[in-house]
Design a protein around this ligand. Structure first.
Ligand code: XMP
Length: 319
C-alpha cells in the first residue's frame, strides 16, 4: 500500500543519490509546488540547498512577505530574495501577446537565476516543482502531436549555458498529491491549501500591456475577492479563484459624475488536476456583494463580470 510517508522517504533517498555532495539551487515561486519541492530537498540534503526567490513584482498582495517569512523564519532555509520588479516590468512594457509575455518572463527568470548561481559560486543542480500535468500539457494536447497551448516557463528549456542538472522530485504527482506531501512535511495549511498560481503571475491576468499601475489595481481587487471567499468558507472547495483586469473600459455613474474605467472579470473554478475545470457556482448574493465592494474600494474599476467558461473549451487563465 502506497503512502505519502513512503513516497517522501523514497524521494529523499533518490535526491541524496542524485545530488551527492553537490550544491542545489531551488527557485521558489510562492506557490505550493516549489515550496513542497524545496522543503523536501532541504530534508534530504540540508545546507546544500539554497533557495532563490525571484520576486518579479507580479505577485499578489502580501505574497512575497509570506514566502520570505516562511522559509527564513519557520524553516530556517537559506533564502535569497531578489527584487527584480523593475527589470520585469521594464521588459514587459509594450508586450501584449500572452506567449511573448511567458517567453520574456521565462527567459528573464533564467537570466536572474544564472546570475544568482554565479554569485553563489556555482551550483550543479537546479530544483523545480514541476508536476505531472505541467509535464504533459506543455508537450501536447490530448496526446496529439506537439501542439503547445501555453508554454509553462517552469518546464524544460533550461539553456545549455547554465550547465545545471534538474532535480524535479514532484514530476509524477498531481496537485492533490503534492498537497498531501506538503502536509506530510509539516508545511502550514495556509501554504499547503493555497490555490495554484501561475509562474508568470499577474502578467497573464492582465490581458494587454502590463504596467505597475495595472498590477496595483488588480492586486487590490484580487485581495478583496479572495478575502470574501475565505470569509464565506469557500476557499477550500475552489481549485483556483482570481481576478482578471480586462483591457476594456466601460461607462458608469458614480454620484453625479460619469466614470470611464476598467472592467474586471472574476473567475473561480473547480477541478481535480487543472486539466479540466468547471466554473464555480457561488451561493446567493456573494458575487453582487463582492462586485459592489470592489467597485467602491478599488479606484480604476467601475464594472465587474463573472466568467462561466468551462475548460475545455476555455482554459483556466485568460491568457
Ligand atoms: P490553463 O490556463 O492552461 O491553466 O487552463 C492550467 C493551470 O496552469 C496554470 N498556468 C501556469 N502555470 N506557468 C505556470 O507555472 C504558466 O505559464 C501557466 N499558465 C497557466 C494555471 O494557473 C492553472 O493552474
Amino acid at each position: 500500500d502506497w503512502t505519502m510517508a513512503e513516497f517522501r522517504d523514497t524521494k529523499i533517498a533518490e535526491i541524496r543519490a542524485q545530488v551527492g555532495t553537490g550544491r542545489v539551487i531551488c527557485g521558489l515561486s510562492g506557490g505550493v509546488d516549489s515550496a513542497v519541492a524545496a522543503v523536501l530537498i532541504h530534508e534530504a540534503i540540508g545546507e546544500q540547498l539554497t533557495c532563490v526567490y525571484v520576486d518579479h513584482g507580479l505577485m499578489r498582495a502580501g505574497e512575497s512577505e509570506q514566502v520570505v517569512s516562511l522559509f527564513r523564519g519557520a524553516y530556517n532555509i537559506p533564502l535569497i530574495h531578489v527584487n527584480v520588479e523593475e527589470l520585469f516590468l521594464g521588459g514587459l512594457a509594450g508586450i501584449t501577446d500572452p506567449e511573448l509575455k511567458r517567453k520574456f518572463i521565462g527567459k528573464t527568470f533564467i537570466d536572474v537565476f544564472d546570475a544568482e548561481a554565479k554569485k553563489l559560486g556555482g551550483a550543479e543542480f537546479l530544483a523545480q516543482g514541476t508536476l505531472y500535468p505541467d509535464v504533459i500539457e506543455s508537450v501536447s494536447f490530448t496526446g496529439g502531436p506537439s501542439v503547445t497551448i501555453k508554454s509553462h516557463h517552469n518546464v524544460g528549456g533550461l539553456p545549455e549555458r547554465m550547465n545545471m542538472k534538474l532535480v524535479e522530485p514532484l514530476r509524477e504527482l498531481f496537485k492533490d498529491e503534492v498537497r498531501a506531501l506538503g502536509r506530510e512535511l509539516g508545511l502550514p495549511e495556509i501554504f499547503v491549501g493555497r490555490h495554484p498560481f501561475p509562474g508568470p503571475g499577474l502578467a497573464i491576468r492582465i490581458p494587454g500591456e502590463v504596467t505597475k499601475e495595472r498590477c496595483d489595481i488588480l492586486r487590490k481587487a484580487d485581495a478583496i475577492y479572495l478575502e470574501e471567499i475565505r470569509a464565506a468558507g469557500l476557499y477550500d472547495t475552489i481549485w483556483q479563484a482570481f481576478a482578471v483586469l480586462l483591457p476594456v473600459r466601460s461607462v458608469g455613474v458614480m454620484g453625479d459624475g460619469r466614470t470611464y474605467d476598467n472592467v474586471l472579470a472574476l473567475r473561480a473554478v473547480t477541478s481535480t488536476d487543472g486539466m479540466t475545470a468547471q466554473a464555480f457556482q457561488f451561493p446567493g448574493d456573494f458575487l453582487p456583494r463582492v462586485a459592489t465592494r470592489i467597485i467602491n474600494e478599488v479606484k480604476g474599476i467601475n464594472r465587474v463580470t463573472y466568467d462561466y467558461t468551462s475548460k475545455p473549451p476555455g482554459t483556466i487563465e485568460w491568457e
